[in-house]
Write a protein that binds this ligand. Structure first.
Ligand SMILES: O=C(O)C(=O)C[C@]1(C(=O)O)C=C[C@@H](O)C=C1
Length: 306
């Protein structure tokens, strides 16, 4: 029976994402307490695949996922999914507003309800836990008074809903990846994303060389982010998501060019996009665009623009 790891325990957003990837009754879902542990289990062949969060529309990338994908044995994403994110605040039954002195959750969740907490529980101190569901477990055990959790967590733990539909930003979303040990790649669908992590050479223009290689082949970036390599101060890796599949000639050609220019390129997968990307804005290169941009710079210089 295929075993699928996910960032748990039961009741996380990641578990919901993982359920969407598995075949009911055929695959077994196995929770791990952290993202690196879930990915390490795939590397050790203890499980066949793992589902982990990668980026959130409000709080950005999930650093634990990015670091764990850049190091250790390579893993490749074969699918992605995007879930809407709204939270429930869970308490032990009978807890009143005045009794909530501590609120716990995953740092990404806390960042998405900061204003709600200031408004509704201003006296409560905020505590980080490994996941939203770990916070629910800790509340059940009496370690904290409230947990900012995925709405489904109330079905797994004997807690009550203190508030539902909590989110500072309406329509927040988190993207999750489904990763395996390298093997057969998914077939191109015509609406794919390719992910990689790149360490550029240490020379002037190295990053612009990389971007030019993509732009020349008409490849659209959907994300570029940097994280320190954790070696020398000032040395960074770039995480790049772009539209297209490595099986397409222009994408394969671009990857080969990056392999020539860069110190290291790690392929993180080509997989179908969960939500098609809206086509890009036209290049702003009319005379009016140049004049408006020059007027803006002049205003900045006069101290009346910003
Ligand atoms: O703790 C969870 O429930 C998770 O699945 C993690 C996670 C994240 O890493 O961003 C997933 C979605 C939400 O944005 C909040 C937390």
């Amino acid at each position: 029976m295929p075993r699928i790891a996910y960032f748990g325990p039961q009741g996380t957003f990641t578990e919901q994402a993982a359920i969407g990837f598995v075949h009911p009754g055929r695959d077994e879902l196995v929770p791990y307490e952290t993202v690196p542990q879930a990915l390490a289990a795939v590397r050790r062949s203890e499980v066949d695949a793992a589902c982990v969060p990668v980026e959130n529309s409000v709080e950005g990338a999930v650093p634990a996922t990015m670091d764990a994908l850049a190091e250790g044995e390579p893993l490749v994403a074969v699918a992605e999914t995007v879930l809407p994110v709204r939270f429930s605040v869970l308490v032990r039954p009978g807890t009143g507003v005045g009794a909530v002195r501590t609120v716990a959750s995953h740092p990404h969740a806390l960042a998405q309800v900061r204003y709600w907490l200031e408004e509704n529980l201003p006296e409560a101190s905020v505590v980080s836990t490994t996941s939203t569901a770990a916070a629910a477990v800790a509340v059940q055990r009496g370690e904290f008074d409230a947990a900012v959790s995925a709405p489904v967590a109330v079905n797994h733990y004997p807690l009550s809903e203190f508030a539902t539909d909590v989110a500072d930003v309406a329509d927040a979303k988190t993207r999750f990846l489904y990763l395996r040990r390298p093997g057969t790649l998914p077939e191109p669908t015509g609406s794919d994303r390719t992910s990689m992590v790149v360490t550029t050479a240490d020379r002037v223009g190295a990053l612009s060389e990389l971007l030019v290689e993509l732009a020349l082949r008409g490849i659209s970036l959907t994300r570029i982010e940097s994280r320190p390599t954790k070696g020398r101060l000032g040395e960074y890796r770039f995480y790049i998501d772009m539209l297209g599949h490595v099986a397409e000639p222009r994408v394969g050609d671009a990857l080969a060019a990056l392999h020539r220019h860069c110190r290291q390129v790690r392929f993180l997968g080509s997989y179908p996009q969960a939500e098609p990307t809206v086509s890009g804005e036209p290049v702003a290169a009319s005379n009016e665009d140049f004049t408006a941009a020059a007027d803006w710079v002049a205003a900045v210089r006069r101290g009346v623009g910003a």
